[in-house]
Design a protein around this ligand. Sequence first.
Ligand code: BEZ
Length: 414
Amino acid sequence: METKTEDAGPSSGRHGSYDVIVIGGGPIGQAAAYELSLRQAKTLVLEQFTFGNQLGSSAGVSRQFRIPYPQEYMVKLVKQAIPFWDQLQERTPVPLRDKVGTLWFGDPNVHSTEGNIGEAEKAMQAENVPYTTLTAQDLEREYGFRNLPSTYTGLFQADGASIDLKATIRTLLDWNRASSYVTLRDEAPVIHIDWRDGAFHVRTPLGTFAAAKLVLAPGPFADSVFHLLRFQVAATYWNMASAYYRKTRPDVQYPTWFVFQEAVGDNGNQFYGFPEVSWDHPGTIRVASDFVMQPLTSPAQRTLVPNPKELAYTAAWVRDHMTGLDPVPHFTSTCLVALSQIPNKELIVDFAPDHVPHHQDIVIYATGWAGKFVPLLGRILSDLALDGRTPFDISHFQVGHHYFRRLRTAEEHG
Ligand code: BEZ
């Protein structure tokens, strides 16, 4: 097939039509384009589906902003994200974060994918983050939970918030649409990438586009882009199920919360929830399971149908331990997330591995729960693309070339 490289006109980047092509038009790709526009870098965003689609990790409309993490460096990073949220907030009158606080509670001995209550306390103390500690009685009296084992403990951290993810994406998209530095193309899956004549050439069904630098932020579809550059990342995929429960008492309200509990058989037994928010099924409260009964090995295996057993375990927990809710799920949704299989690497923020030609000009974000980091990750990815470095500590998210799987070329296969 003959393809034509787009002529971007007189303001073209030095090495091709664009300074940077961002592959992946979800919140992180949009945040990267936003930051690149502030640096006046001519940027193209390519999205395989439509902008705002519900097929990836940004499905649904709310996320948790929380400071408790078991690692000091994560506590520090999430604190560093706050001024970037405040800056983005200046671009819209719609509140992006509803500051209802974070409530972490449960069995103090449990270590889950989110960490452990005591470890989070230590990390917050080291970073001078204020929080209050709670007994099981406090949790029942002050927060509306019930029938909690008396051994449960908790902490409340007041800076936690429910993120209006839809408004966050809209704010970024509106900015990028209006920016003379950003071009947005959706329904543009990338089918080929090569480097020639001093630039990356990125082929899509809409044409071939050229740029000096690439930012790859394709969410759970990372490998379908990475394989074009002959590497893969070790990930597992969770199709997470959520449900909305109708309020039976108008006065009932919860903060954002997470409960740490031992798994019981195939019930992972970790749940999290949100307050009622004006932007998401008013009159209901969202509660979800933070486990899947069947992790996937590829995003292609996911369906948009939530696992009924995961929903049933969540509904049973709502029935047994929450007040003021009808424990029948009224609406359900799913969200697909890629989780790193590399120990202690929740997020991957790095350059492409060494074997990829011009790897220092290819910046990658992949895996993990990153909603709370959206504006900060935008800055970090733009720093890496334009400056080759960032003042933020990303050492914990850099995997090193040996962790990426190298895919052999047809010639190497012989
Ligand atoms: C998070 O804050 O990262 C998170 C919260 C609930 C479930 C999964 C992740």
